[in-house]
Design a protein around this ligand. Structure first.
Ligand SMILES: [Zn+2]
Length: 301
């Protein structure tokens, strides 16, 4: 009898799969081994091949969205490519996770002046959020969902802006909002800079304005899992893909971002120090477990 009850309960309740930080870190390394991945670079082209090879078998439907845009500051055209790995693409009840895959062409915040025209490797600013999406893609091809659909959006052209000019940032997201695959998600969660060795995730300010209930749901999940690095305090406003998506589509969108990389005293953001050695698989695992728990919680509701 016990065996039968156990079997029946297995049929109707799903366990949340474990999110592997080791696997995510491997994906972070693979992206960085390609080199800088800014639009127009050789690494950008190689990364496109890398995603296409991976995502074609790790999605129920893969949308490849090529867009030609004018460079925001130079007089030539560029090709940006967004990828959307869709799971259960026909389901109306769906949620979306997104991250940017392009890296910054200039290390304009580097402490050494001679470095400021060199491209960054983008281990944390670029590869980290994508690494989590790649593990989720693997997980969702191996584990069924019964009620919701999930979209994983790999965004290009996030980091082309000049310091102080918000209009040069989030260009891939802007293109995405002009032609979004249907059905649209109920909400979107952006993952950016999610591999810091000294993790600290305050509640980002635009997120609290755009989708406060969702912020509290995500931070509650994190705290319940014992991740008190998800702090119940208001962080600074970060103009990121979640902001561009919300302003141009109205989709409630939040950002999970650790903007102090590694801490308030030292800054690796937009410097040549944004490298795998300054990233942690444990932090990837923390953020990955939070979003995995959310996905399977939504599916069980
Ligand atoms: Zn950046």
């Amino acid at each position: 009898m016990k065996i039968i009850i156990f079997f029946i309960s297995c049929l109707f309740t799903q366990n949340t799969p474990f999110f592997s930080g080791d696997m995510a870190f491997q994906f972070l390394l693979e992206q960085c081994e390609i080199g800088p991945r800014y639009p127009g670079s050789e690494g950008h082209l190689k990364t496109k091949k890398y995603f296409e090879d991976y995502l074609i078998t790790k999605s129920h439907k893969l949308e490849i969205m090529d867009e030609k845009i004018k460079h925001p500051y130079k007089d030539f055209q560029l090709e940006l490519t967004n990828y959307m790995a869709r799971f259960y693409p026909e389901r109306e009840n769906r949620i979306m996770f997104m991250a940017h895959w392009d890296t910054r062409e200039i290390a304009d915040k580097d402490p050494i002046k001679e470095n400021r025209n060199l491209p960054i490797l983008g281990a944390n600013d670029g590869a980290s959020g994508i690494a989590i999406l790649m593990v989720l893609a693997d997980m969702l091809t191996k584990n069924s969902l019964y009620n919701i659909g999930v979209d994983l959006l790999f965004l290009d052209g996030e980091d082309m802006g000049q310091s102080g000019d918000i209009n040069g940032f989030g260009l891939g997201t802007l293109e995405f909002t002009k032609n979004m695959p249907l059905p649209l998600p109920r909400y979107a969660i952006c993952l950016d800079m999610v591999a810091d060795k000294e993790p600290s995730f305050p509640m980002e300010l635009f997120s609290l304005k755009q989708a406060p209930e969702l912020v509290y749901i995500v931070w509650d999940i994190a705290n319940d899992l014992g991740y008190h690095q998800f702090k119940r305090e208001i962080g600074q406003a970060v103009y990121d893909d979640h902001r561009v998506l919300y302003l141009n589509s109205g989709i409630p969108s939040i950002d999970i971002i650790d903007f102090e990389y590694p801490n308030a005293d030292t800054n690796y953001w937009h410097t040549l120090s944004d490298i795998p050695e300054n990233c942690s698989k444990n932090t990837l695992e923390m953020v990955g477990n939070v979003v995995t728990t959310l996905i399977f919680m939504e599916d069980n509701q």
